[in-house]
Design a protein around this ligand. Sequence first.
Ligand SMILES: CC(C)(COP(=O)(O)OP(=O)(O)OC[C@H]1O[C@@H](n2cnc3c(N)ncnc32)[C@H](O)[C@@H]1OP(=O)(O)O)[C@@H](O)C(=O)NCCC(=O)NCCS
Length: 158
Amino acid sequence: MRPADADQVLAIYQHGLDTGHASFETVAPTWSDFDAAKLDRYRYVATGPEADSVLGWVAAGPVSDRCCYAGVIEHSVYVGPRARGLGIGAALLSTLIAATEADGIWTIQSGVFPENTASLRLHARAGFRTVGTRRRIGRLHGRWRDVVLLERRSPSVL
Ligand SMILES: CC(C)(COP(=O)(O)OP(=O)(O)OC[C@H]1O[C@@H](n2cnc3c(N)ncnc32)[C@H](O)[C@@H]1OP(=O)(O)O)[C@@H](O)C(=O)NCCC(=O)NCCS
């Protein structure tokens, strides 16, 4: 993911938020806020036949400043509406997993709405387990929502 991808990344982000099942956020951040929150090493785009057309992205940020959690990150994955269901989310996630494991990152976590069956399936296939469901943890458009906490503990980072 390069700064030149910013507009497409944020447009895909907004499409995902518009589903109402991707995040509590309703408006995609500015590029500078997005850029500040995500680790440089763990942000990727999937491109189409033209290398500058972005189909989807994955990016991760740290979960804590505490050194005991230095190998724990939280990610987001978004695929554009016309490119969903083609394996792009799975490819992005496996790229993130390979890159983070190579660096010794031991846990990747994410929160997913239970209604987001595509995301739950995607993450289960990539080796994420369900830690638990946080009940009525936040409100989106005035409605209390549960969030399923997922994590993948790397089997190769010992
Ligand atoms: C969730 C999302 C990233 C999945 O990406 P994708 O590229 O469409 O997913 P893939 O094609 O790689 O499919 C991954 C798995 O999910 C399954 N899947 C995909 N879409 C699905 C759907 N609508 N319902 C149920 N399962 C679905 C696929 O069949 C596949 O499972 P399989 O390997 O057993 O066949 C994508 O739908 C998306 O961007 N949604 C909007 C934003 C969002 O919700 N992001 C996640 C926030 S937690």
